[in-house]
Design a protein around this ligand. Structure first.
Ligand code: ADP
Length: 280
């Protein structure tokens, strides 16, 4: 009786072992299949990324050409224009510019996602960069009758170690939003201050604000606020995603305070010490 039990146990054990071996083989096969599927997905991702890059670059070249020609026409380089002609050309110039911005946003987003965004860090004075961006965007603010105040509480701010190109893109996105989402005759206040070992930049506007129930989503790719879409039909919903990625790559943080129909303040920090960036 005991012997019989013993052989049955051995049989059961052998069965179990067989099942386990089968499961192990299945797992290995599954693992291989998953690895292959993953490789395929990466390949598709690379193809998609190349496709976006080629299309975007191909589109950007003629658009830049159009911009250049329109500029010449508007400046009167090709003869004097009457007011109607100027108004229509100005509208084309703005539409063309919006397309260029959209394409640049697409390219930046793709670079971020494929890890191809290039950062060339060096020491700069952030106030100079801010001045530069302000100079570029001020015609749009003047057109909308929006005043911009740049507070300079401290004369001698320390230099920061940043990549000027991407940092400029982040600043530009935030300032352009402040203008876009501010009602005519509104006000934008820009401030830079040192908070411990960080420089803190803030951009306050008296605009449409961000609805409470949408606050969580605004840094997501392609997200556009309900009130924002109503006010500005053009927009990609990529600007804040790009700005956040860039700020975080610099070792900083970005956040905002906002009240619908009152205004919004975006804040972001940039570390002063290089070690804080390198840790990132
Ligand atoms: P876009 O401006 O193209 O819509 P962004 O990514 O720059 O895309 O912004 C995402 C959304 O965040 C906007 O659609 C808008 O709802 C909200 N937003 C951003 N900046 C402001 C601002 N200064 N005031 C009010 N809403 C803003």
């Amino acid at each position: 009786m005991d012997e019989k039990n013993g052989t049955e146990r051995i049989k059961q054990l052998e069965e179990l072992l067989k099942e386990q071996q089968q499961s192990a083989r299945l797992l290995v096969r599954r693992d291989l299949e998953l690895a292959r599927a993953n490789e395929k997905l990466q390949e598709f991702d690379e193809i998609k990324s190349n496709f976006i890059s080629v299309v975007a670059h191909q589109l950007r070249t003629p658009l830049s050409g159009i911009k250049w020609t329109l500029n010449m026409l508007l400046n009167g380089d090709l003869g004097a224009l009457n007011n109607d002609q100027k108004t229509f050309l100005m509208k084309s110039y703005e539409s063309n510019n919006r397309m260029i911005t959209l394409i640049n946003d697409m390219l930046d987003t793709d670079r971020i996602q494929s890890g191809k965004m290039h950062y060339g860090f060096r020491y700069i004075n952030i106030v100079d960069l801010l001045d530069n961006v302000l100079f570029e965007i001020s015609p749009e603010a003047i057109k909308r009758n929006i005043s911009i105040e740049f507070k300079r509480k401290l004369e001698n701010l320390p230099q920061v170690y940043v990549d000027p190109e991407t940092m400029r893109a982040a600043l530009q996105n935030l300032l352009e939003n402040a203008i876009k989402y501010t009602i005519e005759s509104g006000k934008i206040v820009l401030d830079v201050e040192q908070v411990e070992d960080m420089l803190q930049i803030s951009i306050n506007d008296t605009g449409i604000g961000i609805p409470e129930d949408q606050k969580k989503k605004i840094f997501e790719r392609f997200f556009r606020g309900r009130n924002a879409v109503k006010r500005e039909t053009d927009g990609s919903g990529l600007g804040l995603y790009i700005a956040k990625t860039i700020v975080e790559k610099h070792g900083g943080t970005i956040w905002f305070e906002s009240e619908e129909n009152k205004g919004t303040t975006f804040y972001f920090t940039v570390p002063i010490k290089i070690e804080d960036i390198k840790k990132n």
